[in-house]
Design a protein around this ligand. Sequence first.
Ligand code: F6R
Length: 257
Amino acid sequence: MIAESAEAADRIVADAIVRVFAERPRPVIGVATGSSPLGAYRLLIEDHRAGRVSFAGADVVLLDEYVGLPREHPESYRQFIRRHLTDALDLAPDRLHGPDVWSDDIAAACRDYEATLAGLGGVDVQLLGIGSDGHVGFNEPGSSLSSRTRIKTLTASTRADNARFFGSPDAVPRHVVTQGLGTILAARHALLIACGPAKADPIARAVEGPLTAMCPASVLQLHPHATVVLDDAAAAGLALAEHYRQTFAGKPGWQFL
Ligand code: F6R
């Protein structure tokens, strides 16, 4: 979907999440960190304050988490999501789930996280951003297309991209635990948002390029229900952009996303 503006893209994403609440008695919402989802999170908080959505019966699951940061570090992904989303909602604190990267046994913690997701009945909608190297979650280039939650090493380019949150690339952790590409494929709806010119190249490779581990987001081409929401700048590299615009404009009313 190529939205008229980044703000319109945020609204589409927030609406897609709110709709899950009408359809599922106990929704499981997968959240990403980084800059891309922040506008949608602000809208979700507004919707909550306006009484349009309550997270009281929901579970929220993290896409990934840094390894090596103290639990209360402001840039840990749990704290990031609390600060930008869940602390402003009526989500019960024990219903924010993430991998236990503080465990002495990370491999067991990864398996436990998969079991948590399965125990919740799976993820209804998993929100995603895309990295400049084509990663989703922190599945860096070369990731197995059927991987499950596991520890990964960040590439130098991802650490440079994320240095803005830490002051310098050296301060960015080297390791993360991330939902795998197979884990993301198991979500009932994969919802990726990308806006701005820096996303044009990875989006073109993910949406219209070959399915390849060198562009991990291309795995979404295998997903039975994946939606990529863009602004014009992020869509600039798409060969079929005009076709996508016409398709969006002509969507039948019953078909939201
Ligand atoms: C975040 C995550 C990453 C980001 C991606 C884009 O939890 O898993 O895949 O979505 O690095 O980051 P931004 O949105 O900051 O450009």
